[in-house]
Design a protein around this ligand. Structure first.
Ligand code: ASP
Ligand code: MG
Length: 418
């Protein structure tokens, strides 16, 4: 039993769909394989935009039409003749339009967001269903919102693992005995049947949830890079692919901000010892990366950059030392405002944190604590992390940068810079 996840880039146009079908045929097989698919290309961003406009009661027609034309264009290329795929797509696009038109501006934004943004995956998965079918790859389209049970933490829904696993085991294994299954990434459903989403880029996590529920023998994420690399090729010219790497290393890299795999993906896989492969859909027979329970010494240093960081420092007003009591106050407010610490450091009279920049949360943080502390902050910073660093790798990365804060442990070197 295998689970494949295809991201937005692997379904961004008609030829990407053709390539995907050929990967399923040559690498996957005709059954015992569940396919999880993201929204086409940059559709989720586009849906976020339309959502914003509709919520503010502004004109969204142009943005909606763009989305519609994009999907219709791809489908037209895949099915130039009359085909049920067209009706299905028109139906979904009509529902989306109705939801936008009837948007209640006094409703809860995050809840409405989930109802709108989920159309991206509903659309891409139905195209994939019909297209594979047409290619002779018999498959069943299933609605992941009926399988992935979540609470109603909109936009970041928490999975109810027990009922999700029960739901998946109830009928999917039997279906998969006979044919392929096509479903959506990113989406879940509450017990009352409302749509939720699992957080941006959450399709990797969806695939891992299905792999967990199915006790899959492996999962594979198909990407536009050769596997798990030690750095983002956007920033670094010479990257190295890890052939094999442990769950633990991967989780840590995701934690520090490597955008390769959604951070929540690894845990369910590690719990059931399901190996995760990362492969390139541009070179499907390439070796890729295998992530599993293993241990390697002397891994190539991994370079990770987190953009849009903010460094906040709290100083005690009367020159007393930063005490546990002060820290506890600060931590309490950070947790309440959902401000996540990416790095922290304290000195005698001040305490500093590096965090993702959110203007509104930062403003509230200042409001809450300015009575007790002198607070300074710098924005527009970057947090650099080198995992498994060497002296050479540090020199290379720090080269002529202005460093605001630095920290090292035995395995990890981090600094904050402009
Ligand atoms: N389509 C969603 C997003 O772009 C989920 C995903 O791609 O993983 O965030
Ligand atoms: Mg995506």
């Amino acid at each position: 039993m295998k689970v494949y996840k295809f991201g937005g880039a692997s379904v961004k146009d008609a030829s990407a769909f053709r390539n995907l079908a050929s990967i399923v045929r040559t690498q996957g097989g005709e059954r015992q394989l569940l396919l999880v698919v993201s929204a086409m290309g940059k559709t989720t961003n586009a849906l976020e935009q339309v959502m914003d406009l509709a919520y503010q009661q502004k004109d969204f027609q142009q943005e909606y039409t763009q989305l519609k034309d994009y999907h219709t264009g791809v489908l037209q290329e895949l099915f130039p003749q009359q085909h049920p795929a067209h009706e299905r797509q028109e139906h979904l696009l009509r529902l989306l339009l109705q939801d936008l038109q009837s948007m209640d501006p006094s409703g809860e934004y995050d809840q409405l967001y989930d109802q709108i943004v989920s159309y991206g995956e509903l659309l891409s998965s139905s195209i994939l269903h019909y297209f594979l079918q047409e290619q002779g790859l018999q498959n069943k389209w299933v609605d992941s919102r009926k399988y992935i049970r979540t609470d109603s933490s909109w936009r970041e829904a928490k999975v109810d693992w027990v009922s999700t696993e029960r739901q998946i085991k109830q009928d999917l294994p039997a279906v998969l005995e006979q044919e392929l299954v096509v479903t959506q990434g990113f989406l879940g459903g509450t017990p009352e049947g409302r749509t939720t989403t699992l957080g941006r880029e959450g399709s990797d996590f969806s695939a891992a949830i299905f792999a967990y529920g199915l006790d899959a023998t492996e999962m594979c994420i198909w990407k536009d890079v050769e596997g798990l690399l030690n750095a983002d090729p956007k920033y670094f010219p010479d990257t190295v692919r890890y052939a094999e790497i442990s769950y633990q290393e991967t989780v840590e890299m995701a934690y520090y901000g490597a955008s390769v795999i959604h951070p929540k993906t690894i845990k369910p896989l590690a719990n059931k010892q399901i190996p995760l492969h990362v492969k390139s859909f541009l070179n499907p027979t390439g070796a890729g990366t295998k992530i599993y329970n293993c241990r390697f010494d002397k891994l190539a240093p991994a370079y990770i950059i987190k953009e849009n960081q903010c460094l906040v420092s709290f100083a005690v007003k009367d020159f007393t030392f930063v005490s546990e009591k002060n820290l506890s106050t600060i931590f309490g407010v950070l947790s309440e405002l959902r401000i996540k610490i990416n790095l922290m450091q304290n000195s005698a009279i001040s305490f500093s944190i590096c965090t993702d920049f959110h203007a509104e949360r930062l403003h509230r943080l200042m409001q809450r604590l300015h009575d007790q502390f002198v607070i300074h902050y710098n924005t527009n910073l970057r947090l650099f992390t080198i995992k498994n660093y060497t002296t050479e790798s540090i020199t290379k990365l720090m080269d002529a940068k202005e460093i605001l804060l630095e920290q090292r442990t035995r395995t990890t070197f981090q600094f904050v810079s402009k």
